[in-house]
Design a protein around this ligand. Sequence first.
Ligand SMILES: N[C@@H](CCC(=O)N[C@@H](CS)C(=O)NCC(=O)O)C(=O)O
Length: 260
Amino acid sequence: MNRVIKLYELAPSPTSTRYYSPTTWKTRMSLLHKNVDFETVPINFLDIRGDLVIRSGQANITVPAIELPDGTFIYDSFRIAEWLEDNYPDESSLFTGDGKPSRDAHSEHVATGRNYARLIDLGLGASKSEWAVWYDLFFPQLDQQIIGEEQRIYFTSDSRLGPHGYQKLLALDRQELTRRAKMNVQPLVEFLREHPNQYFQGTHPGQVDYIIFGRYAYCRMLDPVLTNEIWNEQGEELSNWIRILSQAYNGHAQHLFDSF
Ligand SMILES: N[C@@H](CCC(=O)N[C@@H](CS)C(=O)NCC(=O)O)C(=O)O
């Protein structure tokens, strides 16, 4: 029996490593943080509603989802982070930001860090196009990654995107969206400036960092040039943070960024 945890991940094709789901990146980084062996299972949007629903027996499943060696499925990146925190107590905490094992952490410290992470997760970390700029801005690039007739019909449908949603998304003012995306990133630069040589979670990286890095990685996977303009060119504090997290865990993220 395979003893390794499976991470179900969105990808353009079974052989592509262009992992563009921001939420799945959160889990990828938290698995690495907790030193967990895992393998990536690339799937597409139709597989989520088809095969993954059947395999997991969970009608509302989304990615990221992990499958444990005993066949249990856990989904929602935040629920997975909490599960990792509880089940890998000898590894450093995802929520305290002090680099110490979860086992030794005070529960108040974990609770505060967890609440901070949750707030960022529901805010900056969410993709809701009603208010977040990210989905709209990178929609044309994402659209290019949706391959295959059946997949495209589903992805571009009004039932998914609302009445004429596809045409509306492609017609948006990209310059204005870019300006707003940069505004979204400004508080991050400011925060790092106020906490020199630290991470968002604390002196060590944690779930807050992985949530923000997930947003960066989504952009980076879809359009490296635009990403550079929005993220890297806004301040060296943020570009240093990006570099450090890209190189972390044996350069896991960097390796994926360079892989196509
Ligand atoms: N709050 C969830 C959000 C998960 C989510 O929205 N995942 C998207 C991909 S980034 C998804 O599975 N979408 C399925 C679909 O659009 O059909 C989490 O953090 O895991």
